[in-house]
Design a protein. Structure first.
Length: 262
């Protein structure tokens, strides 16, 4: 009996453990690099990741009870809206209300807000309302530098302060937003991190929605130093190097922050 008992214990210890079941959006507008970063980030955490398109989210309703989280990566918010407006957004909202988690990174963060104000006064301007509206305010950006299409000229290492423990870390940033909300609508909104050099403006927020939550991030928390190097075009490596080095210098601090948040 004792031998049998210890055999069972040994099997339990060494059985593989699985994390969350995660859907990652991959359709028009999604940036290839962010898609790679997201997939690798969550797989390294032990999560099971499935890439899906808009048609899957609209027509395959079984996903709403089979998955724990949906991630909308960086890229361009307008194509997300064109593909998912109406039924797609209603399905995502219902998924969250029933206990799921929405994670929006950069463009996915904009997409999760009631209104997008991007690059106002320029040829890239977006000044539109969105349907998910997990955050009942404005996603306004680019926060740190003007956005330059298909280039790292607008990228930087954002200095971020965690509001969970006050620690400082650096995170890759390219066109991401801050989150602007008037004081009368703050119920259910928690600021998780702020831009330390930008008047402590919100960089990452959590929004309660029914039984679930939406985590909206203006920073690319999923991109570590190694990934920034491996996915950057050769012509951009000189621009990405100082950013990647800063990101790498506080990687363990950033990792601890996201272990708490996610």
């Amino acid at each position: 009996m004792i031998k049998c008992f210890w055999t069972i214990i040994t099997l339990l210890i060494f059985l593989p453990t699985f994390g969350a079941n995660i859907l990652v959006y991959n359709d028009n507008g999604v940036d290839w690099s962010s898609l790679q970063w997201v997939s690798i980030f969550f797989k390294n955490r032990g999560d099971k990741v499935k890439n899906v398109n808009a048609d899957f989210l609209i027509n395959n309703l079984e996903w709403m009870t089979q998955y724990d989280k949906i991630v909308i990566p960086g890229g361009a918010d307008c194509p997300y809206h064109e593909k998912l407006k109406g039924t797609g957004c209603r399905n995502i909202k219902k998924f969250v209300e029933n206990g799921g988690t929405y994670i929006g990174i950069c463009a996915g963060g904009y997409f999760g807000c009631k209104k997008v104000e991007f690059a106002l006064g320029t040829g890239l301007e977006v000044n539109e309302y969105r349907e998910l509206a997990f955050f009942p305010g404005v996603a306004r950006g680019p926060m740190l530098k003007p956005y330059v299409y298909d280039s790292e000229d607008g990228a930087s290492a954002a200095k971020v302060r965690s509001l969970t423990d006050g620690s400082i870390f650096y995170s890759y940033h390219n066109e991401g937003s801050t989150f602007v909300l008037d004081e009368i609508n703050q119920n259910g909104i928690e600021v998780l991190a702020e831009y330390a050099d930008e008047n402590n403006s919100p960089a990452v927020i959590r929004c309660k929605c029914g039984k679930g939550q939406a985590i909206l991030s203006g920073i690319h928390f999923e991109a570590d130093q190694k990934l920034l190097y491996s996915t950057s075009p050769t012509k951009e490596l000189n621009k990405i190097k100082p950013i990647a080095e800063k990101v790498g210098s506080t990687e363990e601090i950033k990792k601890r922050f996201w272990e708490v948040i996610l």
